[in-house]
Design a protein around this ligand. Sequence first.
Ligand code: R1P
Ligand code: URA
Length: 288
Amino acid sequence: MQIKPSELILNPDGSIYHLNLKPEHLANTIITVGDPDRVKQVTQYFDSIEFSTQKREFHTQTGYYNNQRISVISTGIGTDNIDIVFNELDALVNIDLEKRIPKKQLTSLTIIRVGTSGTIQKNIPTNAFLAAESAVGFDSLLHYYQSDAIQNKALNQALSNQLKHLSKKATPYTVDADSTLLAKFSKHPAMHTGITATNVGFYAPQGRVLRAPLQDANFMENLVSFQHNNRRITNLEMETSGIYGMAKLLGHKALSLNAIVANRVTGEFAMNPTKTVNQLIQFTLENL
Ligand code: R1P
Ligand code: URA
C-alpha cells in the first residue's frame, strides 16, 4: 500500500519535508550534532564537501573525510526532533519516495551523535569524553512506538525498583548502544562509559533550579545513586534515548558520544566547551 502524501511529506523538489534532503544527498555514515553551527565545526576537517542545505534547525553537509563519505546533520535540541530526523533519514534510504512504498532491500545506517552533556558523577571531570552504553529515556518518545522488544528489560526493572517518586513523569524506557560501535569507540583510554539519562528539558528535568522550584527535590539524588550490574547513570543530555530507540526500531546502528561540559556535583562548567567539542569531533572522525 502506498504511503499517503499527508504521512510521507515531500517538498515540491522531491526532497523530504523537514530535512530538505533527497536520497542521493545522504551518506550511509552520519554524524548528528545538536547545534546547526556545529555541522561546519565537523566538516572543517573534511577533504571535500559535495552538498549543503538547511531548513529550520536541520543543517546538513555531506562530504569526504579520508575517502569516507559522511553526512553531518544537526538535530536541534530534544527527542521530539529526533523523531523527525530518524524517520526522515530512514525514509530516504528505505522507502521508494516515488512509489511511496518501503523497499524490499533495507539499508542500515551508521549514526554517531557528537553532543555535549553534564555528568552527575563526581569522579568524571569536565572535558572528559563519554560513550553511552545504554540510554534511559525520561522523555516519552519510544512509548508511542511498539518498542518493548528493543528495550533493556533488566535495566527497566532496576529503574522501576530503585527510582522513587516517578509517578508524575513518563515511565523511563531504556535502550542499549550498538555493541560493535560501542566496542570500537570505548576502547580508547580517554573514553569514559556509562548509562546516559535523556531528559525532556535542561532545567527542572535535569534538576536545575533558577527560580521555579522542583516538583521532586530528590530526583537527581535518585539518579546519582542508581546502580545496576555495577553500572551507574553517568550523565544527562536531551537526545540519546530517542537516537538509540529510533535506531534500533528502524534497524540502524547508533552510538552517542558526549563531551562533558558540566559537572553537576562540583558545580563546574568547562572553561572552553568549544575546544572540548572540537577534540571529540577529531576523535570521532579519526575512529570512524
Ligand atoms: C542542551 O544545551 C543541548 O546540549 C546537549 C543536549 O543534549 C541538548 O541538545 O547536546 P548538543 O550539544 O548536541 O545540543
Ligand atoms: N547538555 C545538557 O543537556 N545538560 C548539561 O548539563 C550540559 C549539556
